[in-house]
Write a protein that binds this ligand. Structure first.
Ligand code: ZN
Length: 427
């Protein structure tokens, strides 16, 4: 290989981008520094963090490097699996087993000389505010709601109104089959990820009684095999979703049950899909959404054009349909709203039933919540001593524990924020 080529070795690389940056357009921001100022910023100071180096992440990294971002960081906790190779184009067969972040970074740096990609193989939760503070922009290509909620809450919490640089624009992309969305979140200013939690597709959950007694769908039979039969047959062995033998057992068990109830459609891959909760990933949907995200990153970093306000959705399941709208802030958003969520419940409701209600609510989506009032602990999931001490409360009525209009704080170990409820009793 010749001496490491820098981007200046090939003056043409950013020729087209320069045409946008050399002069203001009709809708450019008044703060736009046409010419060298903005190019120096983009190719010198601008530091961008990419979260996720999977299907979306590979596309995002390539696009950012090719539009002129030079200081790119990437975080991903996964290693490369053979099943990723059909769409995660920065990876090759020889890379299977290696960390995605590291391999992606090396590929981009080799392909686009002059760009530095700094990988981190690990979880976003490993990093603290000081780490996130160094970036100008954060762009997410994740498939996990939990990770998105975490980074969203972290960036909202970081905003100090006295320090403008503490506001880190968050661009979030997501895909599911032919559908996708891209959005721009200005933490504390626009609606945040948590504000729109109720827009997510409801996780398909089948009632246990249906699974146990009246299966109608192939999915019911598979759930029966994994949720009821597996623990009954293998009391001491945990189901391993990644073990083909375990999936095979589930498949055969579900198939027998399906025959018994004359249900068609149980297949090996459906079994795997149901137990692993696999969402189909389509390379071209990833490409569209990643491109939308990167254009927004470029516009925000350079002020060269108006950026997305604030939610773009793509629906490719029925022709090609797209829609852009301004998602509004929710006053009772536990992350950016600051107001308590009003909850009217029956005075007969027990604490256990309240917890159940909370876990089922689409706008809250909390697993294993712990509840307390300003003066007492109602129920704590951990540590074990406190769980045991507060467990008797589960059977009590909430109305015996919390006065009308009383506030209840809800926390969960998976979420970096707490939720305030204001309880009212229906008569
Ligand atoms: Zn919010």
């Amino acid at each position: 290989m010749a001496a490491a080529a820098s981007s200046s070795d090939w003056p043409g690389r950013y020729h087209h981008i320069d045409q946008i940056l050399d002069k203001p357009g009709p809708r450019t921001d008044p703060g736009f520094l046409a010419g060298d100022g903005v190019k120096d910023f983009l190719r010198g100071q601008a530091k961008i963090l990419v979260i996720g180096a999977g299907g979306l992440g590979c596309e995002i990294l390539a696009n950012l490097a090719l539009t002129g971002f030079k200081d790119i960081h990437v975080i991903d906790m996964d290693t490369i699996d053979i099943s990723n190779l059909n769409r995660q184009f920065l990876f090759r067969q020889k890379d299977v087993g290696k960390p995605k972040a590291t391999v992606a970074a090396e590929f981009i740096m080799k392909r686009v000389p002059g760009v530095t990609v700094t990988p981190y193989f690990g979880k976003i939760q490993d990093k603290d505010e000081e780490y996130y503070m160094q970036f100008n922009l954060v762009i997410c290509g994740l498939d996990s709601v939990e990770a998105r909620r975490w980074i969203n809450a972290t960036l909202v919490n970081m905003v100090d109104p006295e320090v403008p640089e503490s506001l880190k624009p968050l661009i979030d992309g997501g895909t599911e089959g032919f559908k996708g969305q891209a959005r721009v979140i200005l933490p504390g200013i626009t609606s945040c990820y948590e504000c729109s939690l109720d827009m997510l597709n409801k996780q398909t959950q089948f009632p246990i009684c249906t699974i146990a007694n009246t299966p109608r769908l192939p999915e019911h039979c598979i759930e029966w095999a994994s949720v009821l039969e597996w623990p009954r047959v293998f009391a001491d062995k945990k189901l391993d979703n990644d073990d083909p033998d375990d999936i095979d057992w589930l498949y055969k068990t579900a198939l027998n049950r399906a025959r018994e109830f004359k249900i068609e459609g149980v297949t090996w891959s459906l079994t795997q899909g149901v137990v692993k909760n696999i969402i189909p990933a389509i390379a071209s949907t990833n490409a569209i959404i990643a491109a939308a995200c990167c254009n927004e990153a470029f516009k925000i970093a350079t002020s060269s054009a108006a950026f997305l306000n604030n939610y773009f959705m793509l629906i490719g399941t029925d022709g090609v349909y797209s829609y852009t709208f301004e998602h509004e802030k929710r006053q009772e958003c536990p992350v950016c709203g600051g107001e308590a969520l009003d909850l009217a419940i029956s005075p007969e409701l027990t604490l256990e039933q309240l917890i159940e209600t909370l876990t089922e609510r689409q706008d809250i989506q909390i697993k294993k919540p712990s509840l307390s009032t300003p003066t007492k602990q109602l129920y704590l999931q951990a540590p074990p001593q406190l769980e045991q001490a507060t467990r008797p409360n589960l059977e009590k009525k909430v109305s015996e524990l919390v006065p009308p209009s009383g506030e209840v704080t809800v926390t969960a170990s998976t979420l970096p924020f707490s939720l305030s409820l204001r309880i009212a009793y229906t008569s």
